[in-house]
Design a protein around this ligand. Structure first.
Ligand code: PLP
Length: 365
């Protein structure tokens, strides 16, 4: 069997640090907050080149709190891509705002600036690009739209820890997720907001902790969504390896490119010019995707689909009033995309086997 991700191999690399850290936390019996959370926030902010990081309970809360911290008018529109994990849209609704969807481009499957610009009507107050699969959305174009229309920019960086983009405007507000399978993954739920603004960092921290920074003094209504101390220990240990792990993902993506180039029917993923990709997912496009996926699974290759149904066609989002045909690029891609096993510990032999099985399955269609 070739697993989609290998969290056991990642754990083996960090086990000593993690277990020592757990021991420390348990000896101190300090399970919420404490020095490991503060240290992780500082270390992850430094890694990301952002002045402030606030650790949270998960990435969906991170998107929601980032939006809430912008202080947008209730019910205002937020432009986001139809091709994303539903949590991006869910967070917009939970923040009391209205998801306004845009299509993706056909080359990279990222937010299409033209579609985003035409979606940004008068009641739209923010734009929420998603750095899908490990590379950044076209941020110069996003900022250009935002400046023209006076929109706040919140980035969904759940899949892009360690990515970069040449010449992009500096990031102001980024939400991220440390769900276990992410490039930087916890041993449970965790997330964070990164920001350039101390006021925004303070607002997010208030939201995360019952509206309170000082015991029993509650400035605003908030939630309970803090980064667990044990997760901070795991994240600190893994953060030290993240640059090397992202490098290993890039090497694995290069190997797939070579193994699969010229395979009839396979469309390979591409990196947009200027992007440093961190390959959270390696997403190819194939004809008769569901049959191909079944063939891979039958041969023990654990491929997946990210995501089989675009946001606007999910039953939960019917209320937005979109229907089939509204976002043709996202809809077409949803029927073709296939995520191959991708993680830092993937071996050359495993990749050769994936390519071999894929070739066989495609030739038997
Ligand atoms: C693009 C995107 N946004 C948001 C999220 C939500 O993160 P979480 O699962 O930590 O709530 C995820 C991951 O699950 C994601 O992939």
């Amino acid at each position: 069997m070739i697993p989609f991700v290998d969290l056991r191999a990642a754990h083996a690399e960090v086990a000593d640090d993690v277990l020592q850290g757990f021991d420390r936390v348990m000896r101190d019996a300090a399970f919420v907050g404490g020095p490991d959370v503060a240290a992780f926030e500082e270390e992850f902010a430094a890694f990301s080149g952002m002045p402030h990081c606030v650790g949270l309970g998960n990435g969906t809360d991170a998107v929601e709190f980032a939006l809430r911290a912008c202080g947008l008018p209730a019910g205002a529109g937020v432009v986001l891509p139809a091709n994303t994990f539903v949590a991006t849209a869910e967070a917009v609704l939970r923040a009391g705002l209205r998801p306004v969807l845009a299509d993706c481009d056909d080359d990279f499957l990222l937010l299409d600036p033209e579609s985003a610009a035409s979606a940004a009507g008068p009641d739209v107050a923010a734009i929420l690009p998603v750095h899908l699969y490990g590379q950044q959305a076209p941020m110069a174009a996003v900022h250009e739209i935002a400046a023209r229309r006076g929109l706040a920019v919140v980035e969904d960086g759940a899949q892009s820890q360690g990515s970069a983009q040449e010449g992009r405007p500096p990031a102001e507000l980024v939400a991220t997720s440390f769900y276990p399978g992410k490039n930087l993954g916890a041993y449970g739920e965790a997330g964070a907001v990164l920001t350039s603004s101390p006021e925004t960092a303070r607002a997010v921290r208030l939201l995360s902790s019952h509206g309170s920074l000082e015991r029993y003094r509650h400035e605003t209504l908030g939630f309970n969504s803090r980064l667990d101390t044990l997760q901070a220990v795991v994240l600190r240990a893994k953060l030290r390896r993240l640059a090397a792990w992202n490098e290993a993902r890039r090497a694995a993506a290069d190997r797939y490119d070579k193994l699969l180039s010229g395979v009839e029917g396979v469309r390979l993923p591409r990196t947009a010019p200027g992007n440093l990709h961190v390959w959270h997912l390696y997403v190819i496009r194939v004809p008769e995707r569901d049959r191909v996926l079944a063939g891979l699974h039958a041969a023990g290759v654990q491929a997946q689909i990210h995501y089989p149904v675009p946001v606007h066609l999910q039953p939960a989002f019917r209320r937005l009033g979109y229907g089939p045909g509204d976002f043709p690029v996202a809809e077409k891609a949803a029927g073709q995309i296939l995520s191959l096993p991708m993680h830092p510990h993937l071996t050359e032999a495993q990749q050769e086997r994936v390519a071999e099985v894929l070739r066989e399955v495609l030739s038997g269609l």
